[in-house]
Design a binder for this molecule. Sequence first.
Ligand code: DAH
Length: 356
Amino acid sequence: MTMSSLEALKKELVETVKAANDIPALEEVRVTALGKKGKVTDMMKTLGGLDPEQRKQMGQALNQLKDEISAAIEARAALLKRAALEERLKTEKIDMTLSPRPRPQGTIHPISRTIGELTDIFADMGFSVAEGPEIENDFNNFTALNFPPGHPARQMHDTFYLPDVAGQTGDQAKRLLRTHTSTVQVHVMQTQKPPIRVIIPGRTYRSDYDMTHTPMFHQLEGLLIDKTAHMGHLKGCLIEFCKRFFEVDELPTRFRPSFFPFTEPSAEMDIGCSRAGGELKIGAGNDWLEILGCGMVHPQVLKNCGINPDEYQGFAFGMGIERIAMLKYGIPDLRTFFESDLRWLKHYGFGPTGEA
Ligand code: DAH
């Protein structure tokens, strides 16, 4: 062993380290150079045959070679590891520029949207929401609301009757699908103590079908009972409601005398509109549009529901939700509300945050 053979070995080993292209190959280089039977180790074993001076010199040189080769292997290993990681990142990468999931295709039905708007407006005036059953009895739908038996107003409701409750007779046994949400007035007055301020949105049913009638439709009922409410409050409340709902500040309104068995006096409310050029526009104009029925709750109705008419009075109103939605959103045919035609829903529906 000479210094020059050591030099040659160093060169050779450095080359093999450089040539190792992956971690297993490099490990093999490490074993053949520095392992128990490796080349450097073999040389260490020959040190014993040298004279002391030479042994010291060659020993130091060999140790240095060992350190240098170890360092070279480590540096190479670090390089190979980084390259391997980079290769992995390249193949496993996630493309962050991919478009997000498509927006849900569903839309909010104009009826749901309109009920939400009505609730908001009346909530601001102190009304809370009440609900009641869609399957009713004759008492709640008619008798309690002052429709006497055989009264012609009953026929006007085109009622869907259900089989009577077995073993019972009278107007509690006669079951039907409620023809108006006024039935819930009865439930509310029977269970709540005045003052009462509720709105009642819900499904109603009548046997009728054409451009402006469907067998199922929605109504919004309103009921206010206290000791002093009068027709002026009724008018103020409904005028304010119409202005907000139709988003028209200067809205002409009028109240025409009408008849409902459960209110006295009764009125129908009209709002101003123009039909110039065949296009309906709500607001000032020379035409009127009927929008809802209303009146002061009939004393007999209060009595029928357990409220003393000498102490309490109030007003009520009712409107068709489809009708006011059609007017606000320009929907021409009532029947289309319930056809579940996706193109219609996409056109007239609202997005999840309420956008049209
Ligand atoms: N229930 C009536 C209908 O279906 C609407 C109505 C009119 C409700 C006047 C009321 C009211 O509360 O006061 O035609």
